[in-house]
Design a protein. Structure first.
Length: 317
């Protein structure tokens, strides 16, 4: 069975059209499937519509958040409830074309555990958005140990094996593209051009985009913390040069009384403060890694079975 997980937020103008398009594709494939809608605290008729769809279509399951928790949490919730052998996550605004579903399933049937879609372009994206997006991926890949595919989206297929591993990652500040990129397994990608939204406008405001971008950097890298240590070392070295300059001025009789003492003290303690902050940042980075409580390892194959691995967690519905 294929599970299709779709987070929705104020998508009353899109959800019925999206459902019809997905239904056409899945009926043509002739595969058993379920379509899980996760209402992320919508304030319009979205919740009513998805429950109406669920009452008329046995393939549909409707989940409703008590409030808005965010796109990444909504995707995770749907994956928690998914019962399929493979799970496809996609948005309900038609920018993730349902017509690509057969290609995702085809790659899965070829033996790939994760099939990632990559946007080559977005029809209604402006120049600034394209520029900032490419710049962001360049930055995050330069500081992260996990590569995030430029143009990668949350439109992907995951085999149950990969999904069960993903579900062990339970941090609240989630950047799913980074988590999936670091899972390993057998991955491939499919390129597509994202069409314009079927109706309405994007609910991803600039504030949400900046918050999402920051989560991606912070959850995938401790380099910003480590930079404080290196900046402290540079500041300490610069302070040492300043001290040499001050002593030279004193010897040459060019120093104003009191200036040498104040400058030396500021240089010494300024450099020490930054270096100490850098050391504290290193410890904070290790604490951060531990508190995420991610699994120490996972297997792509377990020939020993559950009994041979007492730490293996199984997925429960």
């Amino acid at each position: 069975m294929i599970s299709i997980v779709t987070p929705v937020y104020n998508e009353e103008d899109n959800v019925v059209f999206f459902h019809d398009e997905v239904t056409k594709v899945m009926e043509k494939l002739g595969m058993d499937y379920e379509l899980i809608y996760v209402n992320d605290g919508s304030r319009d008729r979205t919740d009513l519509l998805i429950h109406q769809l669920a009452s008329h279509d046995p393939h549909v399951r409707a989940l409703t958040f008590a409030r808005n928790f965010g796109h990444q949490i909504a995707i995770t919730c749907g994956m928690d409830f998914a019962r399929g052998d493979a799970v496809i996550t996609m948005d309900g605004d038609m920018q993730h074309p349902p017509a690509l579903i057969p290609k995702l399933i085809e790659k899965w049937e070829e033996g790939y555990d994760i099939v990632q879609t990559v946007r080559t372009a977005t029809e209604d994206a402006g120049f600034v958005k394209k520029l900032t997006s490419s710049g962001y991926y360049a930055v995050i890949n330069s500081i992260s140990t996990t590569r995030v595919v430029p143009g990668g989206s949350d439109f992907r297929l995951m085999d149950r094996k990969a999904l069960d591993t993903f579900l062990k990652f339970r941090e609240h500040s989630r950047f799913i593209r980074g988590i999936v990129g670091g899972l390993g397994f057998k991955q491939t990608s499919i390129e597509f051009t994202a069409p314009a939204r079927h109706a309405g406008v994007s609910k991803f405001s600039m504030k949400k985009m900046l918050h999402f971008a920051m989560d991606g950097i912070i959850t995938n890298s401790t380099v910003p913390l480590r930079m404080a240590f290196y900046i402290g070392l540079l500041a300490g070295f610069a302070g040492f040069l300043v001290i040499l300059h001050v002593l030279w001025c004193v010897l040459m009789g060019e120093a104003v009384p009191g200036w040498a003492t104040m400058t030396i003290l500021i240089s010494i303690f300024g450099g020490l403060n930054l270096m100490c902050l850098g050391v504290l940042g290193e410890y904070m980075g290790h604490i951060f890694e531990e508190t995420r409580n991610r699994p120490l390892y996972w297997l792509s194959d377990d020939t020993a079975g559950h009994e041979g691995n007492p730490y293996r967690e199984t997925h429960e519905e």
